[in-house]
Design a binder for this molecule. Structure first.
Ligand code: NAD
Ligand code: MG
Length: 371
């Protein structure tokens, strides 16, 4: 199992503690690592893009360890994170005779991780699961922290459970086949960790982003550092009652834009919304006199350099009116008593939770951005 580029990021959550393994080519040894968890069977859940690329290698590596393996591939895309998708995965896991000691293995992006993780949380009142994330977003964000779930007609991620994985295997070579747009979208979350509380990491990203995209060792380092950053927040606040909200930097604006573009990934993917949201959060902070304008400009310049959008005018098909944006933000679950909660910043790496921001203040800022 030796791997020269293996980085281990522990997530110390007491009896739910687990490791995140980051490195190029880890899928070849995934079977041995998963077998070491003591399961006799593994139900691989994947999607129809990822399955043909990687399910065979993963299944072979598990079978080589004597595990009984099944593979279920669902349609790619957010629509799969649904009651229908959940039913399919639960039934596939039961058909594979997965017992309490066995494992569900999520091989895919955040859609598959959230869905398979939720199925694992509820099948037989909870079976263990392993995440093998295959998008940059899922390697740096969704596979860490134990949030699982599906979408409802009432909104995204409204039906779910906290269910921590037993292991996360982030093979950074899998990202070599990721479409560039998905790569950029995941990168917005990487940059976010620097912007939250780590100016040095942000500066390192400014110098190394092209290596992250190209797949040099910088990619492994960026994934590992992002996992460390997220794990630190999750360990402080596993169930999102406080600090974990910092991870929503850029997301109040971002979610509103996703809603306005009807979650149509042809128009906007989550990370693109987050990139615009990050730039907006810093400009909003600057407009409130909290943060130097130079920092807001530096954030925008970096995101732009990677090809990410940073302006409302870049939303394909339009971002809607100020009122539509405000209404979309007010529906977000981070609203308390009419006022909005934002994550604002005093500078790069100095973000904080700002509850009680009046709608009128947001309106004035958005109007200045739309002009
Ligand atoms: P995704 O799972 O839809 O994957 C994006 C696209 O890339 C899909 O078409 C997929 O088939 C394809 N793909 C995946 N891996 C590939 C690879 N290696 N090569 C080629 N193609 C590949 O999207 P995502 O961005 O990974 O995840 C988004 C989801 O994650 C959303 O549903 C979001 O709600 C969720 N999420 C969850 C958390 C959490 O904490 N649980 C955090 C952030 C986001
Ligand atoms: Mg996000």
């Amino acid at each position: 199992m030796d791997n020269p580029s293996l980085i281990t990021v522990p997530v110390p959550l007491g009896d739910r503690a687990y490791d995140i393994l980051v490195g190029r080519g880890l899928i070849a040894s995934a079977g041995a690592r998963i077998a070491a968890l003591g399961a006799r069977a593994a139900a691989i859940v994947t999607d129809e893009h990822v399955g043909p690329l990687y399910a065979h290698a993963l299944a072979a590596s598990l079978e080589a360890q004597g595990l009984r393996v099944s593979v279920t591939a669902l349609a790619p895309g957010e629509a799969t994170k649904s009651y229908a998708g959940l039913e399919r995965v639960c039934d596939a896991v039961l058909a594979a005779k997965i017992e309490r000691g066995d494992l569900v293995v999520a091989l895919g992006g955040g859609v598959i991780g959230d869905l398979a993780g939720f199925a694992a949380a509820v099948v037989r009142r909870g079976v263990r699961f392993v995440q093998v994330p295959t998008t940059l977003l899922s390697q740096v964000d969704s596979s860490v922290g134990g949030k699982t779930g599906i979408n409802s007609r009432h909104g995204k991620n409204l039906v779910g459970a906290f269910h921590q994985p037993s292991l996360v295997i982030a093979d950074t070579a899998l990202l070599d086949t990721l479409p560039i747009r998905e790569m950029r979208a995941g990168y917005a979350e990487v940059a976010k960790y620097g912007l939250i509380d780590d100016e040095r990491f942000f500066a390192w990203c400014e110098g190394n982003w092209s290596g992250i995209f190209a797949g040099s060792l910088a990619r492994d380092k960026a994934v590992a550092q992002s996992c460390r950053a997220k794990a630190a927040v999750v360990v402080r606040d596993e169930h999102e009652t406080g600090d974990r909200a910092l991870l929503n930097l850029g997301h109040t604006f971002g979610h509103a834009l996703e809603k306005i573009t009807a979650y149509d990934s042809a128009r906007l993917v989550h990370g693109e919304g987050v990139a615009i949201g990050l730039a907006l959060a810093f400009r909003f902070s600057a407009s409130l006199g909290l943060c130097p304008l130079a920092d807001a400009e530096r954030v925008e310049a970096h995101l732009k350099a990677t090809g990410l959008p940073t302006r409302l005018s870049q939303v394909p098909g339009g971002c809607g009116t100020v009122d539509e944006l405000l209404a979309a933000m007010a529906q977000d679950k981070k609203v308390k008593g009419g006022a909005l909660t934002f994550i604002l910043a005093r500078g790069i790496g100095q973000s904080f939770i700002a509850p009680g921001i009046e709608a009128e203040t947001v309106r004035r800022f958005l109007a200045s951005e739309i002009d």
